[in-house]
Ligand binder design. Sequence first.
Ligand code: C2E
Ligand code: CA
Ligand code: CA
Ligand code: CA
Length: 280
Amino acid sequence: AKEHGRNNYQFFSHDMNTRAVERQLIENNLRRALESHEFRLHYQPKVDLKTNRITGVEALLRWEHPEWGLVLPERFIMIAEECGLIIPIGRWVLNEACEQAVRWRNEGISPVSIAVNVSALEFRHRDFFEHALAILQTTGVDPTCLQLELTESVLMRDVATSATLLAQFKAMGVQIAVDDFGTGYSSLSYLNQFPIDVLKIDQSFVRAIDTAQDSDGGIVSAVIGMGKNLNQRVIAEGVEDAGQFAFLDAHGCNEGQGYFFSKPVNAGQMQAMLNTGACI
Ligand code: C2E
Ligand code: CA
Ligand code: CA
Ligand code: CA
């Protein structure tokens, strides 16, 4: 009976249990991470395809765990959402990004937009606007330099509430970007009702350029066309090579972001790039 019990235990520990234990371990460590100052923001430039000038940066969250080392968002963002920790973490991200924008301004760097990712739970939180407003005021950042990146599914979950919130941010001068555009199920007529400044074409479409999946780049050029028709600036994500760059430029895409220009880098490295205004 004893042996049977042990086997049973092992059976469980391999699949569900290990995952549950790992999840719990990450959650417990996340609870400590904010107070222990283990979070960092890295920045990735967005580049004007015509001029090669940096137009803005996206802030990307990094977790420097004292023992595990660098932990990427895909390992912990979902867990942070599930246990609600994304709310204080998201506030830290927004505040840090705004403070960084002010530091760069004080260094004499000409203003660039700083984009911050906003998760579903943050956007739906009743105090989101109020907190964002407080951060804008205490940091003194120019609101027109702040861009919020929201996915289609976040916006579409409750169209009326989204429209009201976005209008409040727009009234402040904050820019709105649709992240991972093309991967959700949004209807264009709804998207048209939101005050959206920027469409970010998901990197899966950019990767499909020159592959059998999209041999003539028809999907990418159609998505660029959609953005143009909605009068929005179009940014391609995940640009990795010169061929993709050339295709995107030729089809009217305004900006690009990806390893071809630069990986996400720390604030100091980003500042060096901003000082020259270019990364290639
Ligand atoms: P995202 O918003 O779509 O961010 C783009 C991701 O693509 C980043 O991954 C970036 O490092 C990566 N990337 C950039 N250029 C290239 C490229 O040329 N090729 C490839 N293969 N990848 C590229 P990262 O930093 O690991 O972030 C993953 C996701 O985690 C983000 O996807 C975003 O959804 C989420 N995230 C990151 N930071 C935050 C944050 O502060 N708050 C929230 N709520 N979510 C965040
Ligand atoms: Ca993003
Ligand atoms: Ca994206
Ligand atoms: Ca290519």
